[in-house]
Design a binder for this molecule. Structure first.
Ligand code: SF4
Ligand code: SF4
Length: 400
């Protein structure tokens, strides 16, 4: 057998075994937020892959060190976007975290574990967070992550969509909307804005009652239960006849697309609106300017280039991409709860541009994921002048 054939076979066997597919090129180091924070190889994608491989080959024991470096990863997936060997990093990370959890080695915070159990029961979760919706509605915000907003307290997104559909009677394409667990329970005004924008654009909106948590929470933390949640959503979304399933949260969209596997196709709301050509909002005169940040799970997870420019133009605002828009903000699902110091430092570096804007500019930081919005809201601690945090769908909302 020739040397070239042996090399080709070795390469094939590496590719058949994702844990051994890394070619050690180091291209992922410069995009990794935890490597940039610490400069430690163990805190880089390449280093973590090496650790997991060493454990797998029994050359290293599972110990506090290896647990630590696995837990330090934000899960931003920026490493996947630059990897020439197509290492399926997200899949390996999820597998490793699940393994840690099952062996009792996970250091997941008890509040996070409790939340993981609660989101499996969406109606109870919704009920439990009614006081929090009330507090947001009254502008009494005791938690630094709760950005201001006026969520409806009692009417559900499903009931609202039915009511608005009956009033407006759109007759264009039909979509099913994933309302999400945290989004519906706490940030419901974003779901309502999404429904208004879709219906205004002549889209028929269905909200399957039996839908549940997308499973992203469990994937991030390693908590078991993702398979069941995926199966539940397959039953909920495959039982209806729609042109698309749309999501307004990048992280949930990624998890749902894994669950449904294109049956039917899952698309981020902005990709869908971009293809449709959204209705134009009036031009916003004044000094407000929108800085668009791109959620990691949209660009690195769903592999979407960004928010279509026709959608951003349709907001009527002056806009530009935030500097380092494709870099992680530190949110990482529940990373900002589990690793608050790291999350804060990552955001501090990324948001510093807001401290250096021309005087008179009133910035709106707009993104496409409620969890990133919560993280950006905490930047008030180190940004000198006021700024607003919005979901991009809110800038297209006819109710504004
Ligand atoms: S997912 Fe993000 S934080 Fe984790 S190793 Fe990859 S680039 Fe680094
Ligand atoms: S970019 Fe991919 S192949 Fe290169 S070191 Fe990182 S994980 Fe390995």
């Amino acid at each position: 057998m020739s040397g070239a054939t042996i090399e080709a076979l070795e390469l094939k066997s590496q590719m058949d075994d994702p844990l051994r597919a890394c070619v050690h090129c180091g291209l992922c180091l410069e995009v990794c937020p935890t490597y940039k924070l610490t400069g430690e190889e163990g805190n880089s994608p390449r280093g973590r892959l090496h650790l997991w491989r060493s454990i797998d080959e029994k050359r290293l024991p599972e110990d506090d060190d290896t647990d630590f470096y696995t837990s330090e990863c934000v899960g931003c997936l920026a490493c996947e976007s630059v990897c020439p060997a197509n290492v399926p990093y997200a899949h390996l990370l999820e597998k490793e975290r699940l393994r840690q959890y099952e062996r009792g080695r996970s250091k997941t915070d008890w509040k996070v574990r409790l939340a993981g159990r609660a989101v499996k029961q969406p109606s109870l979760f919704n009920l439990a967070l009614t006081p929090a919706r009330l507090l947001r509605r009254s502008n009494l915000l005791p938690h630094p992550m709760l950005f201001p907003g006026k969520p409806p307290v009692m009417e559900s997104s499903a009931a609202y969509a039915k009511r608005l559909m009956a009033q407006k009677q759109p007759d264009g394409p039909t979509v099913a909307l994933l309302t999400g667990c945290l989004m519906e329970a706490l940030f419901r005004e974003i779901n309502f804005a999404t429904i208004r924008v879709l219906i205004e654009n002549n889209v028929r909106v269905l909200i399957p009652d039996s839908q549940g948590c997308c499973g992203a929470f469990h994937e991030h933390t390693g908590m078991p239960g993702t398979d069941k949640l995926f199966e539940n959503n397959r039953t909920a979304f495959r039982g209806i006849n729609v042109d698309r399933v749309v999501t307004n949260s990048a992280g949930c969209g990624l998890a749902l697309s894994k669950a449904l596997q294109n049956k039917p196709k899952v698309q981020d709301i902005f990709g869908f609106l971009g293809e449709l050509g959204p209705k134009q909002r009036p031009r916003q005169e004044g000094t407000q300017k929108v800085y668009v940040d791109l959620p990691c799970h949209l660009v690195h997870g769903q592999k979407v280039e960004g928010i279509p420019p026709n959608v951003l133009n349709a907001t009527g605002y002056d806009w530009e991409l935030a500097p380092c828009a494709k870099d992680c903000c530190g949110s990482g699902g529940v990373y900002n709860i589990q690793k608050p110091e790291n999350a804060r430092e990552i955001l501090k570096r990324k948001s510093d541009f807001l401290n250096h804007l021309p005087s008179g500019v009133q910035p709106i930081l707009a993104t496409a994921n409620h969890v990133c919005m919560m993280q950006w809201h905490t930047a008030r601690a180190f940004i000198k002048s006021p700024f607003q945090v919005k979901h991009i769908i809110q800038l297209l909302d006819p109710a504004l």
